[in-house]
Write a protein that binds this ligand. Sequence first.
Ligand SMILES: [Zn+2]
Ligand SMILES: [Zn+2]
Length: 122
Amino acid sequence: MPITMPSSNGPVGLIVGVMFSLIAGFVVGLVVNFARNEREDEKISLEQKNVRLKEELRRAQSTGPGQSQDCALCMSQPLEVCLEPCGHVCCCRDCARKLSDKCPICRATVDRKRDIFIAGSR
Ligand SMILES: [Zn+2]
Ligand SMILES: [Zn+2]
């Protein structure tokens, strides 16, 4: 027994060793491939996110503070009237005149329509 064990264990051990290293290599290859794919996906989604953020930024800049916004009702005139007391600035002077006594944004009763003048808009 003690003599035959090493001789029969030798080739089996070798085969097991080779098989193990093959499997290990295969698994490592899979993991590396998977990780690389993950990174690629992440890169692509980051690029998409970047593009989307740039678009949002452009949109925000075109209608952001300091720029003249358009009337929420006719979409063609700049904002010129502040509704009180709710304080919504949402329409031009023409639309404010045609407006009922309800704010189109929050439906609060409008007591007063005050003209506003946005700095830099004209
Ligand atoms: Zn208007
Ligand atoms: Zn309002």
